[in-house]
Design a protein around this ligand. Structure first.
Ligand SMILES: [Zn+2]
Ligand SMILES: [Zn+2]
Length: 339
């Protein structure tokens, strides 16, 4: 295919460098993921891509509701029989909170996919389409599975950390933290701004990193199910993955639940790596986790946190720097009451 502007024509002085830069792209290889130069009419692109976006969005929402339903059914069952086994808290959230979260989550999935269409139109304006016609060697494709999770882990930690900066917190992240006692529906209960931040990730990844259709499907399944799990209030992740001296790098549910309870530690999504490196992990995390998993668990694991922390609210629009201790007076977001 002739690639105007990047083909090495003598009439185009920038062409040599650009040809080298875009060479992997022209081979359909990995450097620029799924982004390919292929000018086409907008109607043709939409005709082709709207079907993909529709099917993917339905699949994403279906995985969210299915995994959320399973976790919620387990929580209700444990509650019904009076068992605190694996439960982080003894109480359950109110229906009004879950109604708000369902609305926010549904809107978030619509925004994720609307953003996909907008970004595809923007790329087409420069002559590019995102296409799934990419074939990678099997070993290379297999490596994209851990890679997309590692890249997303870093993206989530740092965007999350920045969204806790008080000037941005109210606009982007406060809505998510209204659920101080998270439920499976809290997983995607975001304000519009935060939905855009999260929705941009798979598109940015597909543009800049090695990626196939299977990579994206893997990402969506892992991300959605993990997000549901860490908001479920039920700690099913085993100590081998969470607190083991050698293999304990997975965050688990308690890790993120503490983030909702306190709001200024435990910013990570999948792995404890970034929080440990940046010293933002709660010092009592492993004790709380061990208590939740122990036979003595009575649904009061947060007694292990200091009294000050138990009454603390996540920041709203205060002026304290990221990661600093916030007094109750400096915080004071209007949080959903707990049952
Ligand atoms: Zn959360
Ligand atoms: Zn947060």
């Amino acid at each position: 295919m002739s690639l105007p502007g990047i083909t090495g024509s003598p009439a185009e002085p920038m062409s040599t460098n650009l040809t080298r830069l875009f060479a992997p792209l022209r081979r359909g290889k990995s450097l620029f993921g799924l982004l390919h130069y292929k000018p086409m009419p907008l109607a043709t692109m939409l005709d082709h891509n709207l079907v993909h976006v529709r099917d993917l969005s339905l699949a994403e929402y279906g995985i969210f509701l299915l995994s959320g339903g399973l976790y919620f059914a387990l929580l209700l069952r444990l509650h019904a029989v009076g068992s605190y086994r694996f439960r982080i808290r003894g109480s359950t959230a109110r229906p009004a909170q879950m109604g708000r979260e369902l609305f926010n989550s549904t809107r978030a999935f619509v925004i994720y996919n609307a953003l996909q269409i907008v970004m595809r139109i923007a790329a087409l304006a420069a002559g590019y389409i995102l296409t799934f016609d990419v074939k990678l060697p099997l070993w290379e494709e297999a490596l994209t599975f851990p890679l997309v999770i590692l890249v997303h882990d870093a993206y989530f930690y740092w965007t999350h950390w920045v969204m806790h900066w008080p000037p941005l917190f109210r606009l982007f992240h406060w809505e998510h933290h209204r659920s101080r006692q998270p439920t499976v529906l809290t997983a995607h209960s975001f304000a519009v701004g935060e939905s855009l931040v999260h929705g941009a990730f798979p598109i940015l990844y597909a543009i800049f990193f090695p990626c196939t259709f299977a990579t994206l499907i893997f990402f969506y399944v892992v991300m959605i199910v993990h997000d549901v799990a860490i908001h479920s209030g039920v700690e099913l992740f085993p100590p081998l993955l969470v607190t083991d001296r050698h293999f304990g790098w997975w965050c688990g549910t308690t890790h993120h639940d503490i983030h909702h309870a306190i709001g200024r530690t435990n910013y990570a999504l999948y792995f404890r790596f970034w929080d440990r490196l940046m010293k933002t992990e709660h010092p009592q995390f492993e004790r709380v986790y061990a208590y939740v998993r122990s036979p003595e668990n009575d649904g009061q694991a947060y007694r292990l946190l200091s009294r000050n922390e138990r009454t603390m609210r996540p920041p709203s629009t205060g002026s304290a720097p990221i990661g600093s201790r916030l007094s109750d007076a400096a915080a004071g977001a209007a949080l959903e009451p707990m049952a």
